[in-house]
Structures are given as structure tokens and as C-alpha cells.
Ligand binder design. Structure first.
Ligand SMILES: *[C@@H]1O[C@H](CO)[C@@H](O)[C@H](O)[C@H]1NC(C)=O
Length: 296
């Protein structure tokens, strides 16, 4: 009776294994219930359900209130946490995007201060270049204003925030260059860093640029990085085409990118430009940051 033996063996095995299985299942449901209810009561805390928080969830609450254990700061450090959200847009070039870096009021204040002194933007010229033969490369109007020249104090606040976001001291920044682009106005792709082979020896170098968009632009006016991630670098690029990584201006948002690589050489992918404005008007405040302190 083969089948009977098998059957008997089977029922014998199940009988023997039933107890541990049931025991484990009990423990599982007990633990699931225990942790489940803790989570549940925690998620209901302060929701007006009248559930008293358990001691355990109160512990979680107090940890949430003091989320970070602060260190004792050095002489010029902070005794609080600063939160400046950013999005990494690219590693080639190293570009960071800061949503809501400034408020709408701050942006409007900067625009009204800049309006007074606006002039057509100029270019740093290479050998053989003149104002006449470079006409059309940069068609915006702009003005340089240092933080101390802005009596409203807005540029001071923004400059301080840029220094904190980059950890490059304010003394390394040039004055703000505040630019206005009307419909059709543009800035062909270029480098902010000055290649000594083209511009001659440099006392210091622009290592990073921070752009604060002061207005929304209905259409066009993007900041473009045509060589982003090494694209379009086969020599065919004509410096006018609006291609590659494009950042749409939005009032109050900031864009930081580095023109120098960590080893100090110019990052070839940091080439960038301003696409022509198609609809609306673009205002932007640029802060060029140098690798040496600025004299002024
Ligand atoms: C600097 O770094 C880049 C990228 O890693 C590299 O291609 C280049 O050769 C380096 N230049 C020098 C002078 O070290």
C-alpha cells in the first residue's frame, strides 16, 4: 500500500509542522498589527481625529522638530540651517538651477533700478574685432550696478544669497550686469571665461556665472548650452542656432554654471548664449564670479 504510506507520512509531517507555522503566522500578524497601528496613529496625529499620540509617535514628533543637530559654527558661520533648493541641470557644463531664488518684488525692484542707467551692451573684443564688425552678436541693453549702488538693498540681499549658494566670497564677484532683451534681441553663443590664447594674459578668470531671471518671457529668450554633454562639437556649429540644453527664463529663478573645470582650465561645454526673444521682454541680472578677488 504505497499510497497509504505516502499519505500517512504526509499527514504526519503536516501535523508536526503545523504548530511552528501557526506560531510564526501569529507572530507575523501581531507584529504587522503593532507596527501598522503605530504608523496609523502617527499619521493621524493632529488631524483632529481625537486619537491620542502614543509615546512612541511623540518621540518621532520631537525628532522631527529638531530635524538637524547643529554644530557650533566658526566665527563667520551660522547657527541655523539655510535651505536653497536646486536642480542639477547638467554636469557638462556644471549647471545648477535654483527655482524661486528671488521673490517677484525683488525682481521688480532690480528692474526699476536698472531702467535708469540702461545702455547698449558691449563685448570684450578679440584681436581684429571692432565694435562695428561684432555688431549683432550681442544686441541687448544693459547696465552694471554694484550691490552698494542699489539703495533699495535688494542687490545686497541677492549677492549675499549667491555667495552662500556658491560658497565663493562676494569679493570675487563683478558688479551685477543687468540686461534687457527686446523682441529679436539675442546673444550669440560664447564663453564667459577669457581664453588667454584669444584675449591675451588674464589677471583673473571668470570661473562661474549666476543668472537671475527678472521676468518671465512669453516665448524665446532661453539660455542655451549648445555643447551640453559634448554635443554639436564637431565644428559645424554656427553660434547662432538655438540648440542643446535650453533654460526657459522664469521670474525669480536662478541659473548657475561653471566656466572653469575643477583643474582650472576652460570647460569647452560651458559655451552658452541667449536665444532671441520671440514674444515679451527678457530681463536678467548676471553675476560673473572670478577666481581672484576683485579690486573694486
Ligand atoms: C583638465 O581636466 C580636463 C577634464 O578632466 C582634461 O580633459 C584636461 O586635460 C585637464 N587639463 C589639465 C591641464 O590638466
Amino acid at each position: 500500500m504505497k499510497t497509504k504510506t505516502v499519505k500517512g507520512n504526509w499527514s504526519f509531517r503536516t501535523n508536526k509542522l503545523t504548530f511552528p507555522y501557526v506560531f510564526l503566522i501569529c507572530i507575523f500578524f501581531f507584529l504587522a498589527g503593532f507596527f501598522g497601528s503605530t504608523l496609523f496613529s502617527h499619521s493621524q496625529d493632529g488631524d483632529g481625529y481625537g486619537l491620542r499620540p502614543r509615546p512612541r509617535s511623540r518621540l518621532l514628533e520631537s525628532r522631527k522638530e529638531g530635524k538637524y543637530n547643529l554644530m557650533t559654527a566658526g566665527e563667520f558661520g551660522d547657527d541655523s540651517i539655510t535651505s536653497i533648493p536646486f536642480q542639477v541641470l547638467s554636469w557638462k557644463p556644471r549647471a545648477l538651477y535654483f527655482p524661486n531664488f528671488a521673490t517677484a518684488e525683488q525682481c521688480e525692484s532690480i528692474v526699476s533700478v536698472a531702467k535708469a542707467g540702461l545702455k547698449p551692451s558691449s563685448l570684450a573684443l578679440r584681436k581684429g574685432e571692432t565694435a562695428e564688425n561684432t555688431k549683432g552678436i550681442r544686441t541687448s541693453s544693459g547696465v552694471f550696478i554694484s550691490a552698494s549702488e542699489d539703495n533699495t538693498g535688494t542687490l545686497d540681499v541677492i549677492e549675499e544669497k549667491i555667495a552662500r549658494a556658491t560658497m565663493i566670497p562676494r569679493s570675487h564677484g563683478e558688479a551685477f550686469n543687468i540686461l534687457r532683451y527686446d523682441i529679436g534681441q539675442r546673444y550669440n553663443s560664447h564663453y564667459d571665461a577669457f581664453n588667454p590664447a584669444e584675449y591675451g594674459p588674464q589677471k583673473s578668470q571668470r570661473m562661474a556665472s549666476f543668472l537671475l531671471y527678472l521676468t518671465d518671457v512669453q516665448e524665446g529668450g532661453e539660455t542655451m548650452f549648445p555643447f551640453e554633454n559634448g554635443l554639436n562639437m564637431d565644428g559645424s556649429y554656427g553660434y547662432e542656432d538655438c540648440i542643446g540644453l535650453r533654460v526657459k527664463p522664469r521670474q525669480g529663478d536662478g541659473l548657475l554654471f561653471y566656466s572653469l573645470l575643477p583643474n582650472g582650465t576652460i570647460d569647452p561645454t560651458s559655451l552658452h548664449g541667449s536665444c532671441p526673444v520671440i514674444k515679451g521682454q527678457k530681463w536678467v541680472a548676471t553675476k560673473w564670479i572670478r577666481n581672484e578677488e576683485q579690486d573694486d
